[in-house]
Design a protein around this ligand. Structure first.
Ligand code: AMP
Length: 428
């Protein structure tokens, strides 16, 4: 397994990567970063959610020429939302780099603000094609020092009718700078861009094929990110699951989720690469023998994790690669038992679920978030079963005698039973 430190990334960027909680490069990062760093043209076939922004963002930051006020890198995105998102990620990655300014330019924002920002000198410009052309025409954006052009979500840009704009921008850069493209699909129009404007690009595709393990019931729960913890709690409360494995994409999220779960009264702990082997072993043992009921882990830490009896795997974050998905859910349903995997997805992330389904040839059945009432009902059912078992087992005389004085105070047997039941259910 490759580490970020093996990809020739500058220490200042490694420091931000660590702060962002990324534990290991995603497959697209592992394969793209060395190619882009080497200076060659590249086409990466990857969707949102795979870590593609950092895959081109890290080499872009390394290539930016801090000695110049003119942009060295231009990143083109189909929408202003994406331009803002990419800028945000690059600003985070560049936290410890001196002298790098990243400026977004997009339609809808007053051009005057962008002019001021560009004038100050930006090494990296992130923009929508139309607005970039505006600036080129006005002469407020000069590409004389350009070293790299990145087309993000190129297929979307073509779908939105930006082809001419793109070609105009590429005509400024052809032969002078490296061209990198990311696209979820590679239709004919994309191939034409590759032929006309790129120099023998390397193709990087990471979807591969990943077979889902049999015997695991797979569900998707469409919920907003902010209610995922509540959803985990409700599911754990209404079932008799004893061991749950919860996956997050970053070390940071693992830690904050563990805190949230502990605050809700669960015994939860984290497993990730910032922990020493010693502590990891301890956590693993506690999980194996049931002292911890919820283990919150990153993909890397869970590698080689061998625990039987995991009742449920939660994908708190959608995995960044379908192969991770298969690997994660394979931690449940071991030794011939049926397992359960529940993946949380907010509405706009459902596209990634479809992609996972396609690659793994599995179907994720949609389930709604359980309501509070359902949780209560379900707890009640579990308790009721226990009560019936106790009745059948007999040996109640001692307790009947204890309760007789309560009955003498005028309470009926059913009222007393209800009070005991209420106590039991509410205590969980
Ligand atoms: P993207 O595909 O670029 O939209 O990235 C999706 C999300 O994954 C973003 O929130 C990134 O910050 C995050 N991300 C990128 N690289 C990694 C990594 N190596 N480990 C964990 N999260 C990552």
């Amino acid at each position: 397994m490759t580490k970020f430190s093996e990809l020739g990334i500058r220490p200042e960027i490694l420091k931000s990567i660590n702060e962002m909680g990324f534990e290991a490069p995603t497959p697209i990062q592992e394969r793209s970063i060395p190619i882009i760093r080497s200076g060659g043209d590249m086409v990466g076939q990857a969707q949102t959610g795979t870590g593609k922004t950092a895959a081109f963002g890290i080499p872009a930051l390394q290539k930016a020429d801090t000695g110049s006020k003119l942009p060295s890198v231009i990143i083109l995105c189909p929408t202003r939302e994406l331009a803002i998102q990419v800028t945000g990620e690059l600003i985070k990655l560049s936290k410890y780099l001196e002298g790098i300014w990243i400026v977004p330019v997009y339609g809808g924002q007053p051009i005057s603000r962008q002019l001021t920002a560009l004038k100050k000198g930006a090494q990296i410009v992130v923009g929508t094609p139309g607005r970039v052309i505006d600036h080129l025409k006005r002469g407020t954006l000069k590409l004389n020092n350009l070293k790299m052009v990145i087309l993000d979500e190129a297929d979307e840009m073509l779908n939105m009718g930006f082809r001419e704009d793109l070609e105009e921008i590429l005509s400024y850069s052809k032969g002078k700078s490296q061209t990198v493209m990311f696209s979820a699909t590679v239709p004919k129009a994309i191939r034409q861009i590759m032929e006309n404007w790129m120099d023998k690009p390397d193709m990087v595709k990471v979807d591969g094929k990943a077979e889902t393990a049999a015997g695991i019931d797979q569900f998707v729960m469409e919920v907003r990110d902010s209610v995922r913890t509540e959803a985990v709690s409700r599911i754990m409360d209404m079932t008799n699951f004893r061991l749950a494995l919860i996956f997050c994409n970053t070390k940071r999220l693992c830690d904050s989720l563990v805190q949230e779960l502990q605050a809700r009264g669960y015994s939860a702990d984290a497993l990730h690469g910032d922990m020493t082997q010693n502590i990891r072993d301890k956590v693993m043992n506690n999980f194996r023998n049931g002292k911890i009921e919820m283990l919150v882990a990153t993909d890397v830490a869970a590698r080689g994790l061998d625990v039987e009896n995991v009742d449920v795997v939660f994908n708190y974050d959608i995995p960044q690669d379908p192969e991770y998905y298969v690997h994660r859910i394979g931690r449940t349903g071991r030794a011939g038992r049926t397992g359960m995997a529940i993946t949380f997805a907010s509405g706009r992330k459902m596209k990634r679920i479809r992609f996972i389904e396609k690659i793994t040839r599995a179907k994720l059945t949609p389930i709604p978030m359980p309501t509070v009432r359902e949780v209560q009902q379900s707890k009640m059912d579990v308790q009721m079963e226990e009560v019936l078992e106790t009745l059948e087992a007999g040996g109640l005389r001692e307790y009947i005698e204890l309760l007789e004085p309560v009955a003498e105070q005028g309470y009926s047997a059913i009222e007393i039973a209800a009070a005991l039941m209420k106590q039991k259910v509410e205590k969980g």
